[in-house]
Design a protein around this ligand. Structure first.
Ligand SMILES: Cc1cc2nc3c(=O)[nH]c(=O)nc-3n(C[C@H](O)[C@H](O)[C@H](O)COP(=O)(O)O)c2cc1C
Length: 362
């Protein structure tokens, strides 16, 4: 287990398998393939359990953790409550070969949010010490209580502060890759002001979700403006890798958009709901049996990592997403919505498997 030393003391997480074996010392973004694919950070979705399930089937080039508050991370008491958000397992980024050696599969970034440069720098230092390959700064979250503190999408309105934070995080991260994830504007599209402003800070990677803060996720992403963003990158910070995000449905769609707009990479979010095979480049759709078995494995892993740490209700979004498109899925989904523990859920999934396999044989 990893012992994390914090200013006000130290603590151990209850989580297993957190010991980083090999930290990427250099900036990892220079080692990325082109184009490259990123799994979007999604709070209460892309936790370590789901990332491990995905990695075992086909990893993206970069995983990003759920966002974590820098204020909480540097606080001796509060950090205990958020440490689970930074839990990861080495199997997310390495394939473990039969002889025990490791082969790099993906890079792992921690995503932090905050409004105070010094706190953000300290939080970035903790992420580096924790063993992450890089740090991503959230400058796009539209949630009110995140913005209230001046962080997330609120930084779009305070570009000077955003730049200060970027510089501070770079300092705090001690040479690791530092990226920014943002949107195209606050109340309206501000591509010609906000994007050159943040590019002045020369982030190693800039991910742009092609919607404004106001648009949340309510309108289609504005891919029609992607080329304008690429032009700003070329002019202001040609070495920054540019990643497009918003409504990408699969790898084919991602690769088509990357090629069409001249991006370096693409980030996929909701397309992974119920589909940990998203990055696997499989020819065949997963069968109903594979879906149910995978969900059962996912539930067991969630319970092993997070029992007593995270609310089991987090799994319900996954139940709803995996269990679609096969006979009996709707009823099974309904049954699972009423359970309140992993063993109960797994029992229902196993029972469904048993019954359906018997029916198939008959
Ligand atoms: C449930 C959920 C949680 C999210 N949590 C985060 C987060 O923690 N940090 C972040 O930068 N974006 C977060 N996002 C936004 C996604 O990373 C992504 O930008 C957005 O979903 C658009 O991409 P998509 O259309 O491929 O899903 C979240 C989105 C969803 C749906």
């Amino acid at each position: 287990m990893k012992k994390l030393i914090l200013k006000g003391g130290d603590f151990r997480t209850e989580l297993e398998n957190i010991t980083p074996m090999k930290q990427q010392k250099k900036k990892f973004h220079r080692l990325l393939p082109r184009p490259f694919l990123v799994l979007a950070p999604m709070y209460e979705v892309t936790d370590s359990a789901f990332r491990q399930i995905i990695a075992a089937r086909g990893a993206p080039d970069i995983f990003v953790t759920e966002f974590v508050s820098a204020d909480a991370l540097v606080h001796p008491e509060a950090s205990r409550k958020v440490a689970h958000l930074l839990a990861f397992d080495e199997r997310e980024r390495f394939r473990i070969l039969p002889d025990g050696s490791r082969e790099r599969e993906a890079f792992l970034q921690a995503q932090i949010f905050g409004a105070d440069p010094a706190t953000m720098a300290a939080a970035a230092g903790i992420c580096a010490e924790w063993g992450f390959d890089g740090v991503d700064i959230n400058m796009g979250c539209p949630e009110k209580n995140i913005q209230k503190q001046g962080s997330g999408a609120a930084l779009i309105r305070t570009p000077e502060r955003a730049l200060e934070i970027l510089r501070a995080v770079r300092e705090g991260a001690g040479g690791l890759t530092v990226s920014v994830k943002t949107r195209i504007g606050y109340l309206r599209e501000e591509i010609d002001t906000w994007l050159p402003a943040i590019l002045e800070g020369k982030p190693d990677i800039l991910t742009v979700h092609l919607r404004t803060k106001k648009e949340m996720s309510l309108v289609p992403a504005h891919w029609e403006w992607a080329e304008r963003i690429v032009a700003w990158r070329d002019r202001v910070s040609p070495r920054t890798l540019l990643v497009g995000n918003g409504d990408i449905v699969d790898l084919e769609d991602a690769e088509e958009k990357i090629a069409r707009y001249g991006l370096d990479g693409a980030m996929l979010g909701r397309a992974v709901f119920g589909n940990p095979w998203l990055f696997a480049r499989r020819k065949k759709e997963p069968s109903w049996e594979e879906k149910v078995r995978t969900l059962s494995e996912h539930t067991a892993l969630f319970a092993r990592l997070y029992t007593g740490v995270r609310n089991f209700a987090v799994m319900k979004r996954h139940f709803a997403a995996y269990l679609r498109g096969f006979a009996g899925a709707k009823k099974l989904r309904g049954d699972l919505m009423t359970v309140s523990s992993a063993p109960e859920a797994i029992a229902k999934l196993e029972e469904f498997l048993r019954k359906s396999l018997v029916e198939e044989e008959e």
